[in-house]
Ligand binder design. Structure first.
Ligand code: A3P
Length: 316
């Protein structure tokens, strides 16, 4: 999996040996590359992606910070793009009813970590993929082509809490003795795998404002509040053509937390990398951070939000 380094090549080991290194929550080693902290595994995936991935104008790339609604967004956009091939409601044969969304939409740096020679050119058009790669570290062709990016952002307190529980499930031993106070501090400072998340959000936010035809910025909170309207906005951005209201309603229902999380494939399945599919479905709520964060820890994150997003136009 992405926390271990079993599939590291000698080339990656040589390249990262000169990078700044820190011990992080969840992992004993994380490396700073282009201003961000990564596990060795995903860093290898990013490096190969930068070198090998050739974007096509018709590509659709879903971008998130971890635990910001990736699984949901993958399901929604997959169902939307394939609504003619796989109409919803379906008589039990929609791919989302029998396959976890992560297996329907490839994770760029994850695939490249596991299979450095993977050839994305064979995927059907339009190719739908996802990544957590920061804007600055995206392969050049993603930025220079006319491919579309849908970015989903989540309230950082909910994102932290979701990550915290996910990490504990994923690596109970590694996280057992790590106090939440220390994790919040590292999260705020940005010394967290995948972090700093603040810059990740801001870069895509500004990219969406500068180039609204290229980057669409949506939030988990708005998706929760008005899934249908947000989905129509995504459909329009992607040039999906006319969609019946009934179709929108059915896709929203199929991709809802209640529906996806209760499917056998998402309750008892495993991804090829060993992660249990049920770990992608916890509560699926907004504001759930109150169960886990004390008032003072929530204030610490709020102060960072204020400091980082002040003047950007982004509100949480
Ligand atoms: P919680 O841990 O707060 O419940 P990601 O997919 O980026 O890993 O994010 C996981 C988060 O999204 C988890 O949040 C999970 O429960 C939530 N989630 C997964 N599927 C969802 C859906 N269909 N609708 C709403 N939230 C969903």
């Amino acid at each position: 999996d992405y926390l271990r380094d079993e599939l590291l090549t000698q080339e990656t080991r040589d390249m990262i040996s000169s990078l700044p290194k820190e011990k992080g929550w969840l992992v004993s080693e994380m490396y700073q590359f282009q201003g961000r902290w990564h596990t060795q595994a995903l860093l290898q995936g990013i490096l190969i992606c930068q070198k090998r991935f050739e974007a096509k104008d018709s590509d659709i790339i879903l971008v998130t910070n971890p635990k910001s609604g990736t699984t949901w967004l993958k399901a929604l956009v997959f169902a939307l793009l394939h609504r003619h091939k796989f109409p919803v409601p379906s008589l039990g044969n929609h791919p989302l009813l029998v396959t976890n969304p992560h297996l329907l939409v490839p994770f760029l740096e994850g695939v490249y970590y596991e299979s450095p020679d993977f050839d994305f050119s064979g995927l059907p058009t339009p190719r739908l993929m996802n990544t957590h790669i920061p804007y600055l570290s995206l392969p050049e062709s993603i930025k220079s082509s006319s491919c579309k990016i849908v970015y989903c952002c989540r309230n950082p307190k909910d994102m932290f809490v979701s990550l915290w529980h996910f990490g504990k499930k994923l690596a109970p031993e590694e996280t057992a003795d790590y106090p939440i106070e220390k994790a919040v501090e590292a999260f705020c400072e940005g010394k967290f795998i995948g972090g700093p998340f603040w810059e990740h959000i801001l870069e895509y936010w500004y990219a969406s404002r500068e180039n609204p035809n290229k980057v669409l910025f949506v939030t988990y909170e708005e998706l929760k509040k008005q899934t249908g309207a947000e989905m129509k906005q995504i459909a329009e951005f992607l040039g999906c053509g006319f969609i019946e209201e009934e179709e929108v309603r059915e896709i929203v229902k199929l991709c809802s937390f209640e529906s996806l999380s209760n499917l056998e494939v998402n309750r008892a399945g495993k991804l090829p990398n060993g992660i249990e599919t049920k770990s992608f479905f916890r509560k699926g709520e907004t504001g759930g951070w109150r169960d886990t964060l004390s008032e003072s820890l929530a204030e610490e994150i709020d102060r960072t939000i204020e400091e980082k997003f002040h003047g950007s136009g982004l509100k949480f």
